[in-house]
Design a protein around this ligand. Structure first.
Ligand code: THU
Length: 132
């Protein structure tokens, strides 16, 4: 799927965000090889630490629908911000295990900033199952 179209899906996903504490709504969309797109948004909680990011929600939803790393083409991320928003450290750790290392990650923010990257680039020297 075209990167612009996938970013549009991430914008759609942003509308599903439940973020009454941070007021920082994030949307994510994962494109699959079979043409499906799985959405994710951040879902917060009054017990702040229980909040879950858009990227991890999208990735977990993907696996819960029976898909695996090999079925994934790309991830798009969209947030409303004056500065480019990249995945947090926890999401990078989860992505490097469950998302293809070289698959494109398209990021865009409302100020027009954008970045096309990969999890390999975002998390070099990662701790993974081979370290165990
Ligand atoms: N957040 C995401 O969902 N993804 C990111 O890449 C950055 C941060 C969420 C977590 C929290 O609900 C809010 O944004 C503020 O940190």
């Amino acid at each position: 799927m075209d990167s612009k179209l996938l970013i549009e899906k991430a914008k759609e996903a942003q509308k599903l965000s439940y973020s009454p504490y941070s007021h920082f709504a994030v949307g994510a969309a994962i494109a699959l090889k079979d043409g499906k797109v799985i959405l994710g948004a951040n879902i917060e909680n009054a017990s702040y630490g229980l909040s879950m990011c858009a990227e991890r929600n999208a990735l977990y939803a993907t696996y819960l629908q029976g898909y695996k790393k090999e079925d994934i083409c790309a991830l798009a991320l969209y947030a409303t911000s004056d500065k480019l928003v990249t995945p947090c450290g926890a999401c990078r750790q989860v992505l490097q295990e469950l998302f293809p290392l070289d698959a494109p990650i398209y990021i865009e923010t409302s100020n027009g900033d954008s970045l096309n990257t990969t999890i390999k680039e975002l998390l070099p020297y990662a701790f993974d199952e081979e370290n165990l």
